[in-house]
Design a protein around this ligand. Structure first.
Ligand SMILES: Nc1ncnc2c1ncn2[C@@H]1O[C@H](COP(=O)(O)OP(=O)(O)OP(=O)(O)O)[C@@H](O)[C@H]1O
Ligand SMILES: [Mg+2]
Length: 275
């Protein structure tokens, strides 16, 4: 990616520098070329994991817009069917389509994105539904079938890394695992700016201050803060969004989070209340 492409790419998905660096090691065409020149195999499997609402799906949507790549998208839950054999067939079909797309476009790299991979990739037990096991096995067949020069890049996302089957995360399958964590101060400020800039009627907003107050909130939480704050301004017959509307909602949200944390409930439940 050149500077202009990079700027455009990260305008809608806010990530910290470390995460960006790791992701680009897989998706940046120039970097992939350089690795090859040095004799390195390219990573063809990228697993994005982290708490809900941190931008994993948003990132994949941006990747889909990258020039020079094909992109296919499927959600893990779509493989879980009540009819036997549909899941594995669908998985096989997905990769067949990817290979065909690549071949028909002069070996163009094609990204296969499987969102919410935990629906098929959870640890297998005796009770695991056979259909899920077979679908996962089919994914392994597909992943193992590519050599390092393959043009198919598989990206998967989950907010439940802890429940994934070890066979899925072992080296050689999803080689590259990148945590998309909760935004830090700098990223929160950028997220407030991103969502705040969409509001047409507003006074000058102290984005940095908002970021300082909102530790622990995800990108999705921040999007909702701006939305609810704007509704608050409208409901109280103001003619524009003001900082105090945003402060009020941030306090409400972070207060709620703190209360839940004190009850020692994990982030999954916390996020339900935040979404
Ligand atoms: N890092 C981010 N950059 C830009 N927007 C973000 C970011 N994180 C969250 N958002 C906003 O929050 C919404 C939800 O984010 P997204 O669906 O990408 O989260 P996710 O990490 O995939 O969550 P889940 O694990 O629940 O699937 C998006 O529509 C986007 O507007
Ligand atoms: Mg998602």
């Amino acid at each position: 990616m050149n500077d202009a492409e990079r700027q455009k790419f990260y305008r809608n998905v806010i990530l910290d520098d470390e995460t960006i660096k790791e992701i680009e090691q897989v998706i940046d065409a120039d970097k992939r070329k350089t690795y090859k020149e040095w004799g390195l195999d390219n990573s063809n499997g990228l697993l994005l994991y982290g708490p809900p609402g941190t931008g994993k799906t948003t990132l994949a949507k941006q990747i889909a817009k990258l020039n020079g790549y094909g992109f296919l998208h499927e959600s893990g839950s779509r493989f879980v069917e009540k009819y036997v054999g549909v899941g594995p067939k669908r998985m096989e079909g997905l990769f067949y389509k990817a290979k065909k797309m690549s071949r028909e476009n002069g070996n163009m790299p094609v990204i296969v994105f499987i969102d919410e991979i935990d629906s098929i990739g959870c640890k297998r037990t005796e009770e695991t539904n056979k259909e899920i096991t077979n679908t996962l096995n089919q994914l392994f067949v597909e992943l193992d079938g590519f050599d390092s020069n393959s043009n198919i890049i598989t990206i998967a996302a989950t907010n439940r890394f802890d429940i994934l089957d070890e066979a899925l995360v072992r080296p050689g399958r999803f080689d590259k695992k990148v945590k998309v964590g909760l935004p830090k101060q700098r990223e929160r400020e950028a997220l407030f700016k991103l969502f705040g800039s969409k509001i047409k009627k507003k006074s000058k907003l102290p984005y940095r201050k908002f970021a300082e107050m909102s530790k622990g909130l995800s990108g999705a939480d921040i999007e909702l803060v701006i939305r609810e704050a704007t509704m608050r301004a409208i409901d109280s017959n103001k003619d524009k969004l003001t900082p105090s509307d945003v402060y009020a909602i941030i306090e409400k949200k972070t207060g709620k989070k703190k209360k839940i944390e004190n009850k020692r409930i994990g982030y999954r439940i916390e996020s339900v209340s935040a979404e």
